[in-house]
Design a protein around this ligand. Structure first.
Ligand code: HEC
Length: 176
């Protein structure tokens, strides 16, 4: 009996230090989690998780926009050319620049709820035709998702898209 009792006590003995070790580990994990979330809170990327178009450099975007200028103008005195005026395009219903003759695909997208945001222009630029068709199809208007857009231009590069959108945004100052 006595021998058993001693054995029990000896078994129990190491529990204390191992318990202490555990707490230390937990503290360490908790601390690193807090550090990670504190970093996420101040990281500029975190705020844009849902807004893929955000985070560009408008100065670099002005250079990228030179490609758009084959067809578009932007600014207070801008006129429609091959493409519609892009002044104020962020927050504008698609297909509604006054005096511009749009394709049905572009016009129908606007009539079915497409309002340009930074995020949507970001998604549109790599493949405008596919974007508009998908938009109409997702709205249950697959019958209108035909023909093609007049915007025969694609911009795939992610950073260039962000930068050009930041530039366009400087001409749509009130819009997000
Ligand atoms: C080769 C000519 C051309 C180039 C280059 C071009 N676009 Fe376009 N874009 C057009 C045309 C034409 C339309 C009208 C499309 C339609 O009616 O289907 C258009 C439409 C748009 C629209 C939709 C406008 C609205 O009012 O609904 C946006 C946004 C746009 N372009 C952005 C850009 C940006 C940004 C660039 C440069 C990265 C660019 N485009 C380069 C010709 C061009």
């Amino acid at each position: 009996m006595l021998a058993n009792h001693n054995a029990c006590e000896r078994k129990g003995a190491p529990k204390m230090p191992s318990g202490v070790k555990n707490v230390t580990m937990k503290k360490a994990i908790l601390f690193s989690m807090m550090t990670i979330s504190a970093f996420a809170a101040v990281s500029p990327r975190a705020g844009h998780a849902a807004g893929e178009g955000a985070g560009g450099d408008a100065t670099k975007g002005e250079q990228v926009f030179k490609q758009c200028m084959t067809c578009h103008r932007i600014g207070p005195d801008a006129k429609n050319m091959v493409g519609p005026v892009l002044t104020g395009v962020i927050g504008r219903q698609a297909g509604t620049a006054p005096g511009f003759s749009y394709s049905d695909l572009n016009k129908h997208s606007g009539e079915n709820g497409l309002v340009w945001s930074e995020d949507l222009i970001f998604q549109y630029l790599p493949d405008p035709n596919a974007f508009l068709k998908k938009f109409l199809t997702d709205k249950g208007k697959a019958d209108l998702a035909t023909g093609s857009t007049k915007m025969a231009f694609k911009l795939a590069n992610e950073q260039q898209r962000k930068d050009v959108i930041a530039y366009i945004k400087t001409f749509s100052p009130d819009k997000k």
